[in-house]
Design a protein around this ligand. Structure first.
Ligand SMILES: [Zn+2]
Length: 314
């Protein structure tokens, strides 16, 4: 009896072990997720571009959280750990994260990552525009991605790096890139004629930070701002005076405020000019995941539509 029982127990153990091994074996096959290319990006715009190109072959960690300013930032211990473990790091370049306090240069040094080996500027092939403020004419303006044609250059740059780092999936990356670029190019073309129905004196885009140089040049409008770049003092009496003068010379109908800056100064401009703040728009960050504007494509589309409708508004 005891012998029979032990045979049953052993049989159960063997069968059970087999099942366990089978399940576990399959489980491990699934967990080849650990073979994904580990990518760190400085902000959510680059995060989305990497995900669009990389799909299931990449695992992306984005440093600066959505809705916050990437110009100035203090990396956390999680950021340092992610940067240290990363296979590739993308930053915007053009002094976005390396201007001001230069937080990203410090981070890559701490993480022991080298430029053009593990660290890449997505803006590498973009023709830069420069700040206009006197004394700053040699400093690049970082906001190149707001012109979709530059965004396409970012995407191609990112795709090339991913293909180099992960040649096994190069074909898949290129396929996704081609489809994505086509979609962006179509929106770019639409935007180029979008503002033609707005009288020129109304075609002034008033924002807090002067983030729309590239956008304005690409789509035929004129930018105005309170301060030129987030790394400088924001909303000084002199800056307020200058933006109010520009508004005064125009027929502008509405104001805009970016999602990643304090609305305080723009509210002041609104009060002084009696012009409404028509909408928030996205510059240095995507919208929170699951809300409108949470991808690069949707963010630019949102900006184009809101800016157009706000300029026409009475
Ligand atoms: Zn900015």
């Amino acid at each position: 009896m005891l012998k029979k029982l032990s045979i049953v127990v052993i049989t159960l153990l063997v069968v059970g072990g087999g099942i366990f091994f089978f399940v576990n074996g399959r489980g491990e096959q699934k967990s080849t997720t650990s073979e994904k290319l580990r990518v760190v990006t400085t902000n959510s715009i680059l995060e989305d571009m990497v995900e669009q190109v990389g799909g299931k072959h990449v695992q992306v960690y984005s440093i600066v959280k959505r809705g916050t300013d990437p110009h100035e930032y203090d990396p956390t211990t999680d950021d340092i750990a992610a940067a240290t473990e990363a296979d590739v790091l993308f930053h915007n370049g053009l002094n976005l994260e390396t201007g001001g306090s230069g937080w990203f240069s410090k981070l890559t040094k701490t993480a022991n990552k080298r430029d053009d080996k593990e660290v890449f500027a997505a803006s590498k092939h973009v023709k830069p525009m420069y700040l206009t403020e006197s004394g700053k004419e040699n400093e690049t303006d970082p906001h190149a991605w707001l012109d979709l044609n530059n965004g396409i250059k970012y995407v191609n740059m990112i795709s090339g790096v991913l293909q180099d780092k992960d040649p096994k999936h190069a074909k898949a990356y290129q396929k996704r890139t081609d489809a994505y670029v086509e979609k962006l190019a179509k929106l770019h073309k639409e935007a180029q004629s979008k503002f033609a129905d707005i009288p020129e004196k109304q075609r002034l885009l008033v924002t807090s930070e002067g983030a729309f140089k590239y956008f304005s040049k690409a789509y035929g409008i004129t930018p105005a701002f309170i301060w030129e770049i987030n790394t400088e003092a924001q909303g000084t009496p002199e800056q307020m005076k200058q933006v109010l003068a520009k508004i005064d010379q125009s027929d502008v109908k509405s104001l805009f405020v970016e999602s990643s800056v304090s609305p305080k100064s723009m509210k002041q401009v609104s009060k002084e000019t009696k012009l409404p703040i028509y909408s928030k728009i996205y510059t240095d960050s995507l919208a929170k995941k699951g809300t409108q504007g949470d991808t690069y494509y949707d963010m630019v589309k949102w900006n184009i539509d809101k800016i157009h409708d706000g300029m026409l508004a009475k």
